[in-house]
Design a protein around this ligand. Structure first.
Ligand code: AMP
Length: 368
C-alpha cells in the first residue's frame, strides 16, 4: 500500500493536536510549525519554529511534510506563500486572506448575498462618529485583524463611549463598527469540502459564550427551523464554492427574528465542532485531514443529541467528570490560567431532556 503523504500543520495548539490525533489511525504523520516546545500538539509530532532563525525553521518544516494545512488563520501570509510555492497548502490562500481581515470578510459576505449586521469601516474618529449616526447605538467595534474570543472589541453604548473606544482600539488598528444584534441565539455551521468538490455539512450547533469565549455547544441546535438550516447550508456552500475551499470551513451566525446574519468565518476546524469527536460518525478533524489529503469524506451524521462544554481557566477533577454517564474528557496538556481553553468535555444522550441533565451535572464539575 502506498504510504499517505505527511501533513505539516501551521500552529501546534489544541486544534493541531486533535488534527494529529485524527491523522494517526490513517498512518498520516504530522509535523508542526510552532515555536513553543511544550505546545499541545508537540507530543504528536516534531515542531519546527525558531524565532532567531525563521528561514532555517521554515526550510526544515517544508522538508518535514508533503501537504500543509493550518490550525489558525492569523498566520503571516508570506510564510504560507513560501510553502505554497513548492508544496500544496489547503485551504488555499484565498480562504486565508479573506478570513484574516474583517472588512474583506464582510465584503465577501455582501458579494455572495450573505446577510450580516450593518457595518462601516472605521479609519478615523470621524468615521466612528458617522457610524454611530448612521447605524445607531449600541455599536460593536472590532479590530479588523487579530481579534478572537471577543478580544479587540468594544461595545459603544452611549455617545460618551465613542472617544474612549477610539483611544482604546483605534489608535493601534483599523476598525469595523457593526450594529449591535439582539440575536435569539448564536449558531455555527461547519462544512468540509474535498479537492474534487465533494462537500459534507455538519448539523448546526447552538453556541453559548462567556465573556466572548465559547462555553457550550449543543448539536443539533434545538428547535431549529428547517428553512433556517437550509439557509445556513446554502450560505456555507456559496463560500466554499467561491473560495474553491479545500478542508473545513466554519461560519458563525446570529439567529434573529428576521433570519440569519453571518458574523464571521474561520477557514479551519473550530471549537464549536469539537462535539463531533464522539458525537458525529466522522469528526471535523478526521474530515479535514481526509479533505486536504484527497481522501473520501466521512459521514457528518450526529446520531444522538450531543453537547460540548469548554474547560476554561481551571482543570476539573477528572474522576468527577468521568463519573457522568457518557462524558468524554479531552485535556490539552496546558497549564491553568484565567480564561484559557484547557480542554473540553463531550456528552451525548438519547433525548435533549437527558442531555440537559448531563450538561447540568457537567457544569457542576467545572470550577468557577
Ligand atoms: P467575534 O469575535 O466577532 O466572533 O465576536 C465575539 C462575540 O461577540 C460573538 O460570539 C457575539 O457573542 C458577540 N458579538 C460580535 N458581534 C456582535 C454584534 N454585531 N452584535 C452583537 N453581539 C456581537
Amino acid at each position: 500500500m502506498k504510504p499517505l503523504p505527511r501533513l505539516g500543520v501551521f500552529g501546534g495548539g489544541q486544534l493541531g493536536r486533535m488534527l494529529a490525533m485524527a491523522a494517526l489511525p490513517l498512518e498520516v504523520a504530522c509535523s508542526f510549525y510552532e515555536t513553543q516546545a511544550d505546545a499541545p500538539a508537540a507530543v504528536l509530532g516534531p515542531t519546527f519554529g525558531d524565532s532567531s532563525d525563521s528561514d532555517a525553521a521554515l526550510a526544515a518544516f517544508l522538508a518535514s511534510a508533503d501537504v500543509f494545512t493550518y490550525e489558525f488563520e492569523n498566520i503571516d501570509i508570506a510564510l504560507v506563500e513560501r510553502i505554497a510555492a513548492s508544496k500544496p497548502v489547503y485551504p488555499g490562500i484565498a480562504s486565508l486572506r479573506q478570513a484574516q481581515h474583517r472588512l474583506q470578510e464582510k465584503s465577501l459576505f455582501a458579494e455572495l448575498a450573505i446577510p450580516t449586521p450593518a457595518w462601516r469601516a472605521v479609519h478615523a474618529l470621524s468615521d466612528l462618529e458617522a457610524a454611530a449616526r448612521d447605524l445607531g447605538l449600541p455599536l460593536v467595534v472590532k479590530t479588523t485583524t487579530l481579534g478572537y474570543d471577543g478580544k479587540g472589541q468594544y461595545v459603544v453604548r452611549t455617545p460618551a463611549d465613542i472617544s474612549d473606544c477610539w483611544q482604546t482600539l483605534g489608535a493601534q488598528a483599523s476598525l469595523i463598527a457593526e450594529s449591535f444584534v439582539s440575536f435569539r441565539r448564536e449558531l455555527s455551521i461547519i462544512a468540509v469540502r474535498g479537492k474534487d468538490g465533494e462537500t459534507v455539512i455538519y448539523p448546526l450547533s447552538e453556541n453559548q459564550h462567556q465573556q466572548g469565549i465559547l462555553a457550550l455547544s449543543v448539536v443539533p441546535a434545538p428547535a431549529l427551523d428547517d428553512a433556517v438550516r437550509r439557509q445556513a447550508e446554502d450560505y456555507i456552500r456559496r463560500l466554499l464554492e467561491h473560495l474553491q475551499h479545500v478542508g473545513a470551513l466554519t461560519l458563525e451566525l446570529f439567529e434573529t427574528a428576521d433570519g440569519l446574519l453571518a458574523n464571521e468565518m474561520a477557514p479551519r476546524v473550530h471549537n464549536s465542532g469539537h462535539w463531533s469527536i464522539e458525537g458525529a460518525d466522522c469528526s471535523q478533524f478526521e474530515n479535514h485531514v481526509r479533505a486536504v489529503l484527497g481522501l473520501p469524506l466521512g459521514s457528518t451524521a450526529c446520531p444522538r443529541p450531543t453537547a460540548m462544554l469548554n474547560v476554561l481557566g481551571q482543570h476539573p477533577k477528572r474522576e468527577q467528570v468521568l463519573a457522568v454517564p457518557g462524558a468524554h474528557l479531552h485535556l490539552y496538556g496546558k497549564s491553568a490560567r484565567p480564561g484559557r481553553k484547557l480542554g473540553h468535555i463531550t456528552v451525548s444522550a438519547d433525548t435533549l431532556a437527558q442531555l440537559q441533565v448531563a450538561i447540568a451535572r457537567l457544569r457542576a464539575c467545572l470550577p468557577g
